[in-house]
Design a protein around this ligand. Structure first.
Ligand code: ATP
Ligand code: ZN
Length: 312
């Protein structure tokens, strides 16, 4: 076959559309990722991919979108369906709340926690109820969209209660006499408050997770590893800050011990004798404690700067 033949084949294929697509698809293997179509997870799921340097055609249609600079295809589904689609291989990986993964109990692999959509699944009751212990739920009606998770919790605590499965607006159930309590997702707790409810038991903590099909081939696994590497760099950069400060030389050892950074801090002499500039990386969670100690050791001119990407 010479170049003219290929041109003719492509031209013919292009005219009737579909075969041309097939031809392109077989040229490059892509990892299919399922994310929530709309709702609380959509924005952050797209953001984490974008921050990982993955760009999409403007044409994000309702069903799927292809990355232009990474072998990834994004499919948009209802979050409840994602574990099943990943188990069935419709998508090879997916981003979904851990609460949904636990509730749906599909045979998928938990790959990474993603650090957003943090919430908890809790039982809540009308705020005036004099709650003492989980035994107060004996014989009660509890409304929820999470029957499996609730039933595991009740069983573990030897509680016999009636589970009322409803699909939305669970928080209004006690107010309209449908249930005595609810078991629902809680973020800040403001929805409970607005509905005259108080949280009594936390059943599970959740955040967005990356899940995967258990039987990925080598090509897909290697794309997945590249994706994880990028997501990890984004996550680490969010949890860490770059810190610069001026330190008296006599306290350098103590200061370096509390901000060891990735390998060790950078120390540069200042023009003023007896002082150095120290550069390092600190974890967001330890930040305020470290700051107090730095001030104790006489550090001055402390600058804290966000990090865009971080690779160890
Ligand atoms: P869908 O239409 O896709 O079924 P949904 O209404 O079931 O969407 P959302 O309300 O968009 O779901 O929530 C999606 C996920 O976001 C939840 O499964 C949970 O992991 C997380 N989430 C829910 N509520 C909160 C909250 N208050 N704060 C943080 N994360 C939350
Ligand atoms: Zn849902």
């Amino acid at each position: 076959m010479d170049l003219t033949d290929i041109d003719t084949i492509l031209e013919r294929a292009y005219q009737n559309g579909r075969p041309f697509f097939l031809c392109l698809e077989t040229m490059e293997s892509k990892l299919k990722i399922a994310i929530q179509k709309s709702g609380r997870l959509f924005e952050d799921s797209m953001r984490i991919l974008k921050e990982a340097g993955i760009e999409f055609n403007n044409g994000v249609n309702k069903l799927k979108s292809e990355a232009v600079n990474f072998p990834l295809e994004v499919f948009f589904f209802r979050d409840d369906d994602i574990p099943q689609y990943v188990e069935d291989g419709i998508a090879e990986v997916g981003i979904v709340g851990e609460n949904v993964v636990i509730e749906k109990n599909r045979d998928v692999k938990m790959i990474d926690r993603l650090g957003f959509a943090k919430c908890r699944l809790s039982i809540a009751i009308p705020k005036d109820y004099p709650y003492k212990s989980t035994q107060d739920f004996q014989g009660k009606r509890i409304a929820t969209s999470y029957p499996r998770s609730l039933s595991i919790f009740l069983k573990k605590n030897d509680i016999c209660a009636e589970i009322h499965e409803i699909s939305g607006s669970v928080e209004i159930a006690p107010g309209i006499g449908l249930a005595d309590a609810i078991c629902d997702l809680v973020g800040s707790g403001s929805t409970l408050l607005m509905n005259g409810l108080k949280e009594t038991e936390v059943i599970l903590q959740s955040e967005a997770v990356l899940i995967g099909n258990k039987a990925l081939d080598q090509t897909k696994l290697s794309i997945l590893e590249k994706l994880r590497f990028r997501i990890d760099a984004v996550k680490k950069s969010k949890n860490n800050k770059y810190i610069l400060l001026n330190a008296p030389n006599k306290k350098l050892d103590e200061i370096c011990r509390i901000i060891p950074g990735m390998k060790s801090p950078t120390i540069l002499p200042l023009a003023q004798a007896g002082w150095s500039s120290v550069h390092s990386v600190v974890n967001e969670n330890d930040f305020w404690g470290i700051l107090e100690k730095l001030k104790e050791y006489g550090a001055q001119g402390i600058l804290v700067i966000p990090i865009e990407k971080m690779i160890l």
